[in-house]
Design a protein around this ligand. Structure first.
Ligand code: FES
Length: 104
């Protein structure tokens, strides 16, 4: 399965991903620049990504904790999510996200 990620320079990368991995972990493990300071505990908002509009409604909605934490992020848009809170699964194969400013 794959994840498509646009980096801070605007380049899109196709990353191989494994089921059950968090989107943040896939991005980090492939060496793209993502702070993810809390390691996926939904406590830092430095894994902020913009989800491609075609995918927004296909993802499980954010938890209250994620919504609360996103409030602390910068440049939040309606398609903002925390990459550590999205799991790779059959229904997220091919997901397309863009790294938000301030996460590098
Ligand atoms: S890695 Fe900290 S909130 Fe996602």
């Amino acid at each position: 399965m794959h994840l498509l990620v646009t980096d801070h320079e605007g380049l899109e990368h196709t990353l191989e991903a494994l089921e059950g991995w968090r989107v943040m972990e896939v991005i980090r493990d492939w060496g793209l620049s993502i702070k993810a300071e809390c390691g996926g505990a939904c406590a830092c908002a430095t894994c902020h990504v913009y989800v491609d509009n075609a995918w927004v409604d296909r993802l499980a909605p954010p938890s209250d904790d994620e919504i609360e934490k996103l409030d602390e992020a910068f440049f939040v848009e309606s398609n903002s999510r925390l990459a550590c809170q999205i799991l790779m699964a059959a229904d997220t194969d091919g997901l397309r996200v863009k790294l938000a400013p301030g996460t590098e």
